[in-house]
Write a protein that binds this ligand. Structure first.
Ligand code: ADP
Ligand code: MG
Length: 275
């Protein structure tokens, strides 16, 4: 379990990025931090692995204050996946995936075996192992990023808008893959997005942030949808859903895609069931 207690981060230039956050992130679940750009999501995430140090308050992992842990050791046991995938352009796919295990002293042959099995895990063809990142599609690059995040077999996986840069169809693919992976691996995932749809889709727990890094509401998607805690939350989930949200509904035995206003946008099939 990851716990934030009264955590505040004010940057040197005076910007208050996170203000008095109290938050418990349960183990083996997906917690999604969602909010507009600049609401402090990345800052909050990076305080978990000490890429950012809080101005005040404490962040702990399994009751251990991260301030007492060696930051390099900490980062090597927490997976981190970024929006850009953050791959090293001059290194091949396989080398990218096993960068950290190699730094930790794993032998070349053991690392190669691990890398290939991680490619299987994230649904990448092993034939891509010797390519360079620029020779992959955006979706494939993100899969490499996820494989690299998993390479140290971390208990905790931090994901900062990992699917933000790919087109909607690839994105849906990656979301499904993460869903499947999480079912199999049961990591503690902290996932950042500005997209409320993605938050509701992936999160066991959703934490909505307001400007200044203040928690507006936290809870299960169902709880939040059923009872938005404030006008801000109602707006945030409503505005977004009205604009482009699609969801599945069962109507007269068929699975119908409806838009944010409840208008049917298409019929999937007779036997598909809403998830
Ligand atoms: P988000 O990830 O939700 O877009 P960030 O955590 O990146 O938000 O940023 C929160 C606020 O802190 C923003 O106003 C941003 O400009 C500011 N900020 C982020 N990093 C720094 C920094 N290193 N120095 C000064 N201000 C920063
Ligand atoms: Mg960010």
């Amino acid at each position: 379990m990851i716990e934030f207690e009264q955590v505040t981060k004010q940057f040197e230039d005076g910007t208050l990025a996170v203000s008095g956050v109290d938050l418990v992130i349960p183990s083996h679940q997906v917690t999604v931090l969602v909010g507009s750009s600049g609401s402090g999501k990345t800052t909050l995430l990076r305080m978990i692995n000490r890429m950012v140090e809080p101005t005040s308050g404490t962040v702990s992992i399994d009751a251990e204050n991260v301030a007492d842990l060696n930051p390099v050791a900490l980062r090597r046991r927490i997976g981190y996946v970024m929006q850009s995938a953050g791959l090293l352009p001059h290194r091949r796919v396989l080398e990218n995936i096993v960068t950290v295990p190699r730094l930790n002293g794993m032998s070349r042959s053991e690392a190669a075996e691990l890398g290939l099995s991680l490619m299987d895990t994230v649904g990448l063809d092993r034939d891509l192992a010797e390519r360079y990142p620029s020779q992959l599609s955006g979706g494939q690059q993100q899969r490499v990023g996820v494989a690299r995040g998993l390479a140290v077999d971390p208990n905790i996986l931090l994901m900062d808008e990992p699917f933000g840069a790919v087109d909607p169809i690839v994105r849906a693919d990656l979301q499904n893959e993460l869903f499947r992976l999480q079912g199999a691996l049961g990591k503690t995932v902290v996932f950042v997005t500005h997209d409320i749809e993605e938050a509701f889709l992936l999160g066991d727990q959703v934490v909505i942030l307001e400007r200044g890094g203040v928690i507006a509401q936290q809870g299960s998607p169902t709880d939040i949808l059923a009872a938005p805690a404030s006008e801000f939350v109602a707006d945030f989930i409503g505005a977004d859903r009205g604009r482009r949200a699609l969801r599945l509904e069962q109507r007269e035995g068929a699975c119908v895609v409806v838009d944010g206003n409840g208008r049917p946008a298409g019929v999937l099939s007779e036997d598909a069931t809403p998830s």
